[in-house]
Design a protein around this ligand. Structure first.
Ligand code: FMN
Length: 210
């Protein structure tokens, strides 16, 4: 299967060579994340694409000086909703009923249950839920990049609050979750490139209940 070959090819690239990923490939990676399934279809996250060199230089110390931040060509920032609000939920359902051409109130029962469920939880709980949805898109983007032979480093190693401040994410009702620098491996200088991919033995990872 092509996907398995691609997942074996990819690795969490530690050193990138500065080469630019063609825009059509970046667009495909973004489209894959856009098509990710999310709980109730709410898509409670956004992706910020940074190509600006000065901004990447500012982000690097926030990401503990990881060089992929500046050596990548496109830095994807996955940012989740800081909370679920009735406005945000209503917008999703208005779009869904409009685009499907069904009566505007046809999903009201379901929608109102969601508004009530999220309304009974704290903003922090709701953000944690939204962040989990962002991880689904993040994983699919990572797999899409691998299929296109684009290198990427999945990253949680950064100061989320400092990045949110730098990008004014609070004003947009967002909080950063993960980073995904896209670029190409510098095979001669990357200590990880030739090391074996190590995973938990499948017998321990998978339990079959027949
Ligand atoms: C959510 C997440 C966060 C990660 N954060 C970082 C990071 O900040 N920096 C880094 O170099 N690698 C990071 N990694 C890479 C992991 O260490 C790596 O995926 C794991 O060791 C498996 O290796 P492989 O991706 O090369 O197969 C992260 C991976 C994931 C999935």
């Amino acid at each position: 299967m092509e996907l398995i070959n691609a997942l074996n090819w990819r690795y969490a690239t530690k050193k990138m060579n500065g080469q630019t990923v063609p825009q059509d490939k970046v667009n495909t990676i973004l489209e894959a994340a856009h098509l990710a399934p999310t709980s109730s279809g709410l898509q409670p996250f956004e992706i910020i694409v940074v190509t600006n060199a000065e901004l990447k230089e500012k982000i690097k110390p926030i990401a503990f000086e990881q060089t992929q931040i500046t050596d990548c060509s496109h830095l994807l920032i996955f940012a989740a909703w800081d909370n679920y609000t009735p406005e945000r939920i209503n917008e999703v359902f208005t779009r869904t009923t409009t685009e499907r051409g069904v009566p505007a109130d046809s999903m009201d029962d379901y929608k109102n249950r969601l508004i009530s469920r999220f309304g009974s939880r704290t903003a922090e709980q709701n953000f944690a839920h939204a962040a989990r949805q962002a991880y689904i898109g993040f994983g699919i983007a990572l797999a899409a990049a691998a299929e296109l032979k684009v290198d990427a480093t999945p990253m949680e190693g950064f100061d989320n609050a400092a990045l949110d401040e730098l990008l004014n994410l609070k004003e947009k009702g967002l909080r950063s979750v993960t980073l995904l620098p896209l670029g190409y491996r510098d095979a001669e200088n990357d200590w990880l490139v030739n090391l074996k991919k190590v995973r938990t033995p499948k017998a321990r990872f998978i339990t079959e209940i027949k």
